[in-house]
Design a protein around this ligand. Structure first.
Ligand code: TYD
Length: 204
């Protein structure tokens, strides 16, 4: 079973992911992330830092996803693990449909076509939402990636919310303004319940 954590920069999903690593220890999930922790992921980070052409950047993110699927996601799912990924395909659909606006006629359709036939859709996606100004304040005044601008992030969050509206059974929306301990408990509960339901469905 594949669960993904999504949200804009500063939404706290990475902090929740590390808290889940501890609280879900008994079910031994595989925790992973995109961009990945291999050389392709490193090139993605370099591309972000150098602000290369947005089409090239999108293709690198997709290449990183293909490697992630081949080396982490598919083997873990085949071995029967619960897999939790901090960012996944919806990050591309949300961020790159904003960065490719004006460059392509229908960026989202292009991105979906790019993934068709080889990606593995998530069973459940937890979307962390908070006002963009708060996300920006959490990130502080340090060096910002080109995505981390108020206007971009607000469009990215709009995209995420539109996906959640289109697929209400896949998405659970979490209010990131809640205290971390409450969020972790809530997400942990959702994951445990969801995996129980999925397991009993498979047994039938
Ligand atoms: P992030 O998860 O924040 O990585 P790090 O903690 O190493 O900074 O991802 C980096 C940025 O890349 C973030 O702003 C979101 C963006 N991103 C995309 O635009 N598309 C994608 O497909 C992914 C996975 C991330």
């Amino acid at each position: 079973m594949l669960i993904t954590l999504e949200g804009i920069d500063g939404s706290g999903k990475t902090t929740v992911a590390s808290a889940l690593a501890r609280s879900l220890q008994d079910i031994n999930p595989v925790l992973t992330r995109e961009p990945g922790t291999n050389w392709v992921g490193d090139q993605v980070r370099r591309a972000i830092a150098e602000e290369i052409d947005p089409v090239a950047e999108a293709l690198l993110f997709a290449a990183d996803h293909a490697v992630h699927l081949a080396t982490v996601i598919r083997p873990a799912l085949d071995a029967g693990h619960l897999v939790i990924s901090d960012r996944y395909t919806d990050s591309r659909y949300a961020y790159q449909s904003v960065t490719l606006k004006g460059r392509l006629q229908d960026p989202l359709a292009w991105l979906q076509a790019l993934h068709a036939g080889w990606t593995v859709p998530p069973d459940l996606t937890i979307l962390f939402v908070l006002p963009v100004e708060e996300a920006m304040a959490r990130k502080g005044e340090g060096r910002r990636e080109h995505f981390e601008q108020e206007q971009t992030l607000s469009q990215v969050q709009q995209q995420y919310l539109a996906f959640a509206e289109a697929e209400p059974f896949r998405f659970v929306i979490v209010d990131s303004r809640l205290p971390l301990s409450a969020i972790t408990l809530l997400v942990e509960g959702v994951i445990r319940d969801f995996s129980k339901v999925q397991r009993s469905r498979h047994r039938r």
